[in-house]
Design a protein around this ligand. Structure first.
Ligand code: BDR
Ligand code: CA
Length: 328
């Protein structure tokens, strides 16, 4: 049976890979997508989410725009990594509008309507999830599971020496979610190992769509620059896809810890995970500490490749029909 997922995203090239993975596999049903400001501003992340879903034939999935800034801070984007509009290859302009309800409300409404059935995959700054918790403190009990791409528990950060980007951008939101929601944290400890082989990305970059665009997202580079980008060393990590692959194949190993998110000074956004053997604090999070990287790669590559074989020609024909009839 398929698992139903709510996806909270800031696409973002690796967010786009997660959405594509969820669209590709019949083992995941996307209940709704909510967007948040992060890698780029909310206008871009919302447009990108809508465009990716439509391009992949997921026209029925509602997209609800969420917070346009962190809870109490100015937004610091990652457009230097993801491009000025958040994706290195943009799918065609979407034809459908986002829904009128706000992201946090949609998370709460869907969770209340399907108690115990939905898994929330949150892979941007945690602003929407924190707001949803404020609206509905019972949210964790209403969800089947909450997996967050965020934090650097026992490894170096990527936004600062101690902080991972999603936690760094909205540390107050991350603190609230870590304190109140008992999340599973899928941070850099494991996502640092989530690469797809360069040869696969190169092959897809010189193939037809949709693989060409997927290659661009996997390499964080325009298709014509994929070769150069990959020549620079290890292929980039597709952090956000990790939570999706774990739904399919349990590739992650978790350990429980007491943890807190720092909100002040140079350790802003740091996840302080208490792994002292004799702490008397109760665990409040599960932290992913290990990943089966080869199963991760195989599952991700297989699922994305199936888009090409099974659904792409039919979807693109169907999507092009209304447009051509409009002009006839
Ligand atoms: C996270 O930061 C963002 O740039 C990515 O989309 C991912 O969610 C990795 O630290
Ligand atoms: Ca993201």
């Amino acid at each position: 049976m398929a698992s139903s997922v709510l996806i909270d995203v800031d696409p973002g090239n690796d967010d786009a890979v997660l959405i594509a993975l969820a669209a590709a596999t019949e083992r995941l049903d996307i209940e709704a997508v909510t967007t948040v400001a992060g890698n780029v501003g909310l206008e871009h992340t919302t447009r990108n989410a809508r465009a990716i879903l439509e391009w992949l034939g997921e026209t029925d999935v509602p997209v609800a725009p969420g917070a346009d800034a962190p809870l109490v801070r100015e937004l610091e984007t990652a457009s230097h990594v993801h491009g000025p509009r958040g994706l290195h290859t943009q799918p065609p302009e979407p034809t459908a509008d986002p829904v009128a309800a706000a992201g946090a409300n949609v998370i709460v409404e869907r969770a209340r309507a399907n108690p115990g059935e939905l898994t929330l995959l949150a892979v941007g700054p945690l602003t929407n999830v924190a707001l949803a918790l404020a609206l509905e403190p019972e949210l964790p009990e209403l969800l089947d599971d909450l997996q967050v791409m965020g934090g650097a528990a026992f490894v170096t950060g990527n936004a600062s020496p101690t902080a991972e980007y999603n936690f760094y951008v909205d540390p107050e939101a991350a603190r609230r979610v870590v304190r109140q929601a008992g999340p599973k944290l899928v941070g850099l400890d494991v996502t640092n190992h989530t690469t797809v082989p360069s040869d696969t990305i190169r092959e897809w970059a010189s193939s037809d769509e949709p693989l060409r665009t997927l290659a661009s997202w996997l390499a964080y580079a325009a298709p014509e620059n994929v070769d150069d980008a990959l020549d620079e060393g290890t292929p980039p990590r597709v952090h956000d896809a990790t939570v999706g692959v774990d739904q399919l194949a349990d590739v992650l190993e978790f350990e429980s810890y007491p943890a807190e998110v720092e909100t002040y000074g140079s350790h802003r956004g740091a996840l302080a995970c208490d792994d002292r053997p004799r702490t008397d604090r109760e665990p409040n999070v599960e932290v992913a500490v290990d990943i089966d990287a080869s199963v991760f790669r195989a599952e991700l590559v297989d699922a994305l490749q199936s888009l090409n074989i099974e659904s792409w020609p039919a979807v693109q024909t169907r999507l092009s029909e209304p447009r051509s009839s409009m002009h006839s």
